[in-house]
Design a protein around this ligand. Structure first.
Ligand SMILES: Nc1nc2c(ncn2[C@@H]2O[C@H](COP(=O)(O)OP(=O)(O)O)[C@@H](O)[C@H]2O)c(=O)[nH]1
Ligand SMILES: [Mg+2]
Ligand SMILES: [Zn+2]
Length: 523
């Protein structure tokens, strides 16, 4: 058992609001096997959402595992939690007895028996083929993990990718095991193999480290070392899978200790979940390690970061004061780079740029409160700050404060840009919790407001809702949305084109926008 040292990955009063905090689980005695599994499940977003959104109907009793998981996940989102409810509902009698993590992983998913566990389920067929007449018989079952037998010695190195390939290889049965073929009406030489019919969202690989030794009449552990592959694709038919969680086992069969190494889907960073302790770690610990026991891969969602986005982004943040522009900038870059204000005041006084990896963000003050000359000056500065000019413009606005006046400013701004430029724009609605209060989805919220429909329509319906201080980290979601927008054909807004629109402003002095600006200033 670990002593209750650090409870969280980051101190709760950490100045960095965009840092996610993860909490530990109490070890009841020898329940580290359970803790490792529960953290892996908790860190699987689709599963977590399904569990948390589960509606408890009537009194389904303390024994209900799903209810217990829901309680645990709710607690774990906030602080360190204990697993008494889980062990009770799983019927664990002796919490001082070490159990097998994979067995409990399977046990939990089976006991849940709801759509939540579907994330881990795939369909696999066992096919047998008569070598004489080529008749095939197929038996299809759901699976939640693939068991890889280890074909190397204790002090050799095991190749996981090779092991997976071997798992799906065709093999011929020994003569004693030949199957009866209905067509040939006799036992014939039989070929057999497995094939995946439905790929699971999460693919779990279980390494058969424990084998029963009949000489010793006890389980023996194979401690071979291996490199955990960061991604898997086993032939053309396979989707790409990316590693996000590993359960490690240290020590022998009956004793030993489990922990989980998990990559956060919220910020792409690696954490080690060791009972009560959660600490940052690196992927390097998964190289040449003799600990990995269970590996979890997520289908096709490459983890995005400012370093890994495909195309460079130069993002200009526009919007009223206290809209959350600086906060959005920080979310995109994944750190605390711009100072955020409070509900009542904005702290951004002049435009600033920050570059992380392939992304540059230009944070601005409320440009619409500036007089005409300062506006052009500030605009030109913004362009220089992200030379050769922005290729993304994010209009940031609190969802319920997007007044008609603000919408007027939006249209005026949009019209000042050359026509092709709206494809560079996206609206970021902040204060997403207002939607919850209204009990509306963003789609109904927009569809009920014809003017808002027009605004959204003019951005080709690109928008994104967030709620900044709710503890959820939006970096990945935002980067994913931005990446969909910034494709290879995405031309940057050239300095000349941008300047042109700035200069045009000097020429047309008495335009609508100026009137609106004056109105705003006199507010
Ligand atoms: N509840 C909530 N507060 C937000 C949201 N976005 C911004 N804020 C808060 O509004 C204040 C102003 O944010 P800031 O990023 O400085 O706004 P800026 O003036 O547009 O740069 C800060 O206290 C933020 O925490 C949001 O989505 N939800
Ligand atoms: Mg700001
Ligand atoms: Zn046959």
């Amino acid at each position: 058992m670990k002593n209750p040292g650090t409870l969280t990955a980051e101190k709760r009063d950490s100045p960095n609001r965009n840092e996610v905090q993860y909490n530990g689980l109490k070890n009841q005695g020898a329940t580290c096997y359970l803790n490792a599994v529960l953290q892996c499940l908790f860190m699987t977003p689709k599963f977590r959402e399904a569990v948390v959104s589960h509606k408890v109907l009537g009194d389904c009793g303390q024994e209900n595992l799903l209810l217990q998981l829901k309680k645990l996940f709710e607690q774990l989102s906030d602080k360190a939690a204990s697993t008494e409810g889980i062990t009770k509902s799983l019927g664990v009698r002796n919490v001082f007895e070490q159990q097998d993590a994979v067995e409990y992983y399977r046990k939990i998913l089976k006991a849940m028996g709801t759509h939540a566990s579907k994330v881990f389920e795939g369909k696999m067929s066992n096919i047998t083929k008569c070598c004489k007449c080529s008749e095939e018989t197929k038996e299809t079952n759901t699976f939640i993990s693939i068991l890889l037998s280890i074909d190397v010695g204790n002090d050799e190195k095991y190749d996981v990718k090779n092991g997976l390939k071997t798992f799906f290889e065709h093999s011929k049965l020994e003569e004693d095991d030949w199957m009866y073929c209905d067509k040939c009406d006799q036992k014939t030489e039989t070929e057999t193999w497995s094939a995946i019919d439905e790929y699971p969202t999460v693919l779990t690989l279980h390494l058969k480290r424990f084998d029963f030794d009949y000489m010793q009449m006890s389980y023996k552990k194979n401690e071979c070392c291996l490199d955990v592959p960061p991604s898997l694709h086993n032939g053309d038919k396979w989707p790409k899978y990316d590693l996000y969680a590993v359960i490690n086992h240290k020590g022998g069969y009956t004793g030993g200790h489990y922990d989980a190494i998990i990559r956060s889907y919220e910020n792409g960073k690696w954490y080690c979940f060791d009972d009560y302790t959660v600490r940052k770690t690196s992927e390097a610990s998964l190289k040449n390690s003799h600990l990995p026991y269970m590996l979890m891969y997520r289908k096709g969602t490459a983890v995005l970061s400012p370093d890994s986005v495909l195309h460079p982004m130069r993002i200009l943040l526009i919007g009223p004061s206290r809209a959350g522009k600086s906060a959005v900038g920080n979310i995109i870059l994944g750190g605390n780079y711009f100072t955020c204000g409070s509900e009542s005041e904005t702290v951004t006084k002049k435009s600033m740029a920050k570059t992380v990896g392939k992304i540059t963000v230009v944070d601005t003050p409320n440009l619409f409160s500036l007089d005409e000359q300062s506006w052009s000056h500030e605009m030109e500065k913004c362009i220089e700050l992200c030379d050769p000019g922005p290729n993304v413009i994010l209009w940031v606005t609190p969802i319920c404060k997007f007044s008609e006046q603000q919408q007027g400013l939006f249209h005026a701004f949009r019209k000042r840009l050359y026509s092709g430029m709206t494809k560079h724009m996206m609206i970021i609605f902040t204060n997403g919790r207002e939607l919850k209060k209204l009990g509306q989805t963003i789609d109904t919220f927009i569809s009920k407001r014809s003017k808002l429909c027009k605004v959204v329509g003019s951005c080709q319906k690109r928008y994104h809702v967030i709620d900044i201080p709710n503890g959820h980290n939006y970096t990945l979601e935002l980067l994913e949305n931005l990446s969909k927008m910034v494709t290879s054909e995405f031309t940057a807004i050239s300095k000349r084109q941008f300047k042109h629109c700035v200069r045009r402003k000097h020429l047309k002095k008495k335009t609508k926008i100026l009137k609106t600006l004056k109105m705003l200033k006199s507010d």
